[in-house]
Design a protein around this ligand. Sequence first.
Ligand SMILES: Cc1cc2nc3c(=O)[nH]c(=O)nc-3n(C[C@H](O)[C@H](O)[C@H](O)COP(=O)(O)OP(=O)(O)OC[C@H]3O[C@@H](n4cnc5c(N)ncnc54)[C@H](O)[C@@H]3O)c2cc1C
Length: 396
Amino acid sequence: MRQTVDVLISGGGVAGLAAAAAFGTAGYSVICVDPAPPVTTGDAPGADLRTTAFLQPSIPVLTQAGLWQRLEPHAMPLQVMRIVDAGGAEPEARITHDFNAADVSDQPFGWNLPNWLLRREFVARLGDLPNVDFRPGTATARVFTREREALVTLSDGTKVSARLVVAADGRHSPVRRALGIPVHTRRYGQKALAFAVTHPEPHRNVSTEIHRSGGPFTLVPLPDHEGKPCSAVVWMETGPEIERLRALDRAEFGAAMNARSCGLFGWLEQATPLTIWPIITQHAERMAGQRVALMAEAAHVVPPIGAQGLNMSLGDLTALMDLCTPATLGEAAPLDAYHRRRWPEIQLRLAGVDALNRASMMENRALRDARGAALHALYSLAPVWRGLMQLGIGMR
Ligand SMILES: Cc1cc2nc3c(=O)[nH]c(=O)nc-3n(C[C@H](O)[C@H](O)[C@H](O)COP(=O)(O)OP(=O)(O)OC[C@H]3O[C@@H](n4cnc5c(N)ncnc54)[C@H](O)[C@@H]3O)c2cc1C
């Protein structure tokens, strides 16, 4: 038996679930499949302990999809972005620049939320939409496209005819591979530890990036945990150094983390287990193929610097929702327009994040000094930093 649907979404990660809610809210019939059932509590095995800082331009599409209304009560506003250079002989802050969202906007930079909570709220939203059929535990097995439809075989043998397939099935996207769209991948030999900490000093809605070597150490504000100020940490380092850190006992790890954080919020206490993420930059050669749109990590992967990853994915979704109409859904013209609209912006952001990551990784002291001086000079020029802030928060 063949089922017919407007949109088949391959992948129910954060991006795929957001796409299912957006297309469903717009009135399209949707099937969303993912072999891995979503983990929707923070203490369950396999919980995604990363957080996402949603930047201003991501909010309208989340609101249209009926998602922001659910997220806002749990979100921690980010008002100031602090860049700290700690590249000197000792791990201590030597240059600090604050970028206050108030200088470019009457809104905060963004709003931070745990990824497991996003999954809980997104799945709950899909439950309100009778035209969305979310099938956790089912994978996309085969994809065949022709001019008028995409034919998708699911892992349970079901055959689906869709007018549009949205590939939100991650960096190894099986849909992208079925279409033969090549990717370009850059490896840094780097990994990230993601976890949460509590600290005695309040974060005052300041997101802090500390640069020394190996990659940034970033603290992003979260709501209080057990009555104490709390932040999400992303600590990027070389792969072997991350493995060494992971093998430390709790006390040794605490000492290493506190040295690296330069004591900016007082003594940090680890509040969740550590999770490890490989760091790459990757982009697909095209954002679309016949009857298929690629989005999120299926199309582009960036290191977690400046909260670009999922925000770029919501940029993809915004463009798709603008360009898709019931009359032309999945046709070549809107899919070509989607590629043309997203491609330049994605290339720009990939190049920017790649450059920042390379600068942050520097081991050599002389290069680190040069980096500190260059950033200081750059950030001291008001028009430059105002422009960077607007670009960073996606206002242009
Ligand atoms: C440490 C870290 C911190 C980050 N912080 C931020 C941040 O602050 N802000 C930000 O914007 N971004 C951030 N990002 C990036 C962001 O987390 C990712 O962009 C996002 O989680 C990726 O979402 P995704 O849905 O594309 O991919 P995934 O989460 O990988 O989802 C892909 C899904 O596809 C499914 N799948 C696989 N095979 C199949 C198949 N055959 N059929 C169907 N489904 C399939 C998988 O099971 C998976 O659920 C961060 C990333 C990292 C590593």
